[in-house]
Design a protein around this ligand. Structure first.
Ligand SMILES: [Mg+2]
Length: 348
């Protein structure tokens, strides 16, 4: 039977990759090497004050996605109507906005700051670490500040930044029994803030990969399955091409540095997915794969986070180095949120 630890491993793996990459997010590869040596950054760096390896907005928002999924699930169960994006995750993202800006788009949302029925083990807003500013994405902030919820049908902007795909792993976990539904829900959730098709379709594809890994498929098989679902959506070509390139390069003898350069820097969603998928397929050792995923010119924390989500779902908690698991910030909250997702998900 599917283990709770696998849910934890996917979110914890993502947090570790995020923390590893966050130190070098805005550095070019040559800058990373001159700071950390020829192999680049290869270990977590602990914050002097917190004594932990700090997570960034990628993991913060992933936790709000997970909490929002549980919130929506409970509300839909009670009312018999609603959607994951509209009945919990959007509200959860407004709470995330509050953690970053101390304001909500409208005073009618003040109730969101109160404890909610789904928060049986305490509110996510009780964690002061989530209020820390860790280079939050401008697209996410401005989309949520607009007081409008974007959807695939009514896009809120034309952004295909990686701020959608970096936060949707919990959707693949929660809906693992129905990968096609996981795609749709993850795309809906990314479209709350990212209106370009590649911005939300890459998110759907990641959710299918995570779901299929939980169903026992290999990373290559899961990517294949995700591409099959992706093709059913209009304007999928760019994301499909990024995924095809990633899987082809992973099977070739192209050097990783050259391969990642070809796949892009990961600031946009389909590239972030491509780089992460490539690294997870190229290297099966957890540490080596994450080191590969963060040492490049581009958006290291997001590619580290997505790669870590995939590795954790694929190889489980045993594959995660204990020292890294102990050092990452908010480990207990991550495990708690993953457990609450698991407890509901297996019963669906
Ligand atoms: Mg970040």
């Amino acid at each position: 039977m599917l283990k709770k630890e696998t849910f934890i491993a996917s979110l914890l793996g993502g947090a570790i990759g995020d923390a590893l990459g966050y130190r070098v997010e805005f550095m070019k590869l040559h800058e990373i090497k001159s700071r950390f040596g020829d192999e680049g950054i290869n270990d977590l760096v602990l914050d002097d004050y917190a004594g932990k390896a700090l997570i960034s907005d990628d993991t913060q928002m992933t936790l709000f996605t997970a909490d929002g999924m549980i919130w929506a699930y409970e509300r839909m169960r009670e009312r018999g109507i609603g959607s994951y994006a509209g009945s919990g995750v959007y509200q959860s993202y407004l709470r995330w906005l509050y953690t970053q800006t101390k304001s909500l788009p409208d005073e009618h949302y003040d109730w969101l700051l109160d404890p909610q029925p789904h928060e049986e083990s305490g509110s996510i807003l009780a964690y002061k670490e989530l209020f820390s500013l860790r280079a939050p994405g401008n697209t996410c902030l401005s989309a949520l500040e607009s007081n409008k919820m974007g959807t695939m049908g009514r896009p809120i902007n034309d952004s295909k930044g990686c701020g959608g795909v970096m936060r949707v792993a919990p959707v693949g976990l929660f809906l693992y029994k129905d990968p096609a539904q996981a795609f749709k829900v993850a795309a809906d959730i990314a479209a709350i803030t990212h209106g370009h098709p590649s911005g939300y379709l890459a998110s759907g594809a990641l959710a299918v990969i995570i779901a299929e890994l939980l169903n026992g498929k290999s990373i290559a098989e899961s990517a294949h399955s995700a591409m099959a679902v992706l093709k059913e959506y209009p304007q999928h070509e760019e994301t499909l091409s990024a995924m095809e390139n990633a899987t082809e390069l992973a099977g070739s003898d192209e050097s990783p540095v050259k391969a990642i350069t070809k796949l892009g820097e990961g600031w946009v969603a389909e590239e972030a997915l491509g780089v992460s998928l490539y690294c997870a397929m190229k290297e099966s050792d957890f540490k080596k794969a994450l080191i590969l995923a963060v040492n490049h010119d581009g958006d290291s924390d997001s590619t580290g986070a997505i790669c870590g989500n995939i590795l954790g779902a694929s190889y489980g908690i045993e594959a995660i180095p204990e020292d890294w698991a102990e050092q990452v910030e908010l480990k207990e909250l991550i495990a708690d949120v993953a457990s609450r997702l698991y407890d509901r998900s297996i019963k669906m």
